[in-house]
Design a protein around this ligand. Structure first.
Ligand code: SAM
Ligand code: MD0
Ligand code: SF4
Length: 352
């Protein structure tokens, strides 16, 4: 399809998407099979047209606070899985409060409170709810929570105390691959937690991994699977092998690049937030992701932070370049700019 299109036809394709055209499985197959740089540029072009229609040159900024790296699970891809003998931390309530103080006025649209499935919080979920409340009182900003599969009561309480967004990534909707990735975890339990959150007025984020053994057909399953949740934010992350994990030696030369999938996500979920994560390739990588057409930068760390990311491309680097000032500077050099807070809150709709 797209290979043969001239500029006007690409423009027309973008307009059709904006008018509500839905891609068929065959369309997805064709797009996921694109290989040449020229064809991919055409795909990014159409996707940019769609993104710019809804969001213009404005980008949202999400602050990442990984407040506990303890976890009871054993995801095969994750550095923090419970079998990995690594140094872990759990910030105290006061330490988190100090981070919030340093974040005031920094320019973030939302803060993301992320943890492993830390037994300390799972045994007494009130501790988690209390953190949400404290962060809300300190910052008065929209809050994303990424705590893993939480029980419904706790999700409800956290919502009442000011959590707005629930991030929970399925990683894949290919059952067989899921079981190899999220070892020993219920597929349905994850879907249900996200569904419950959505019913309770949260915005929800779903996500998939690529370069982790997914082929075209399983990627189509995943894209369709995410659609069934009616998400507000959708992500794809390239799998980065992590030392000490079962998949540490897994290397894949996949044609299913993150950038290609980001563009396809934009065509399938035109009005959704799509992240450019700094966790995979830092600020240089952010530029490619925004061009291919993300609209929220995630994994920006608090000022002077020694906190972890999740995949941490920069784990062994001396300098970390993941602060909001560097992000904004680079955005401006691309002709983009941070959105107004009011635009973000209008997007959330569910904000209070
Ligand atoms: N523990 C919670 C959970 O698993 O839902 C919250 C952490 S969650 C935000 C961590 C996410 O980072 C995973 O769902 C996965 O999509 C991504 N991730 C983890 N390890 C990764 C890796 N090695 N490469 C790429 N993405 C990774
Ligand atoms: C990111 N490291 O955006 C974060 C994380 C959790 N909600 C997000 C995966 O890349
Ligand atoms: Fe734990 Fe989340 Fe990592 Fe899985 S992805 S091991 S649940 S921190």
């Amino acid at each position: 399809m797209i290979q043969k299109m001239a500029l006007e036809e690409l423009d027309r394709f973008g307009e059709k998407i904006i008018e509500g055209f839905q891609l068929s499985d065959n369309d997805l197959r064709a797009l996921l099979s694109l290989e040449s740089e020229e064809d991919l540029e055409k795909l990014y072009y159409v996707a940019r047209k769609v993104r710019n229609h809804y969001f213009g040159n404005r980008v949202f900024l999400n602050c990442f606070i990984y407040f506990s790296t303890h976890c009871k699970n054993q995801c095969a891809f994750c550095y923090y899985n419970c079998k990995n003998e690594i140094n872990r931390y759990r910030l105290t309530r006061n330490e988190i409060k100090e981070i919030c103080k340093a974040l005031k006025g920094a320019g973030f649209h939302m803060v993301d409170l992320t943890m492993g499935e830390d037994p300390y919080f799972y045994e007494e979920p009130e501790r988690f709810v209390d953190l949400v409340q404290m962060v809300k009182e300190e910052l008065r900003l929209p809050i994303m929570i990424s705590p893993g599969v939480m029980d419904n009561t706790t999700l409800l309480k956290a919502r009442e105390k000011g959590a707005n967004f629930f991030a929970l990534y399925q990683e894949t909707y290919d059952m067989e691959l899921y079981q190899r990735l999220r070892v020993g975890q219920s597929f349905e339990g994850r879907v249900n937690a996200r569904r419950f959150a959505k019913e309770q007025g949260y915005c929800v984020e779903d996500g998939i991994l690529t370069g982790v053994g997914n082929d075209i057909e399983s990627t189509i399953l995943s894209l369709r699977g995410m659609k069934t949740n009616n998400p507000d934010m959708v992500r794809v992350m390239t799998f980065l092998p992590q030392e000490g994990t079962p998949l540490s030696g897994f290397r894949e030369q996949s044609n299913l690049s993150e950038l290609k999938i980001i563009s396809i996500l934009r065509l399938m979920f035109p009005e959704c937030l799509i992240p450019a994560s700094l966790d995979l390739e830092g600020i240089d990588g952010m530029v490619h992701r925004l061009n291919a057409v993300a609209n929220i930068v995630t994994s920006i760390l608090p000022p002077d932070s020694r906190l972890e990311g999740v995949a941490n491309y920069d784990r062994d680097l001396e300098e970390r370049d993941r602060d909001i000032l560097s992000v904004v500077k680079r955005l401006e050099s691309m002709g983009m700019e941070p959105a107004q807070q009011a635009e973000f809150e209008a997007f959330l709709g569910c904000y209070n």
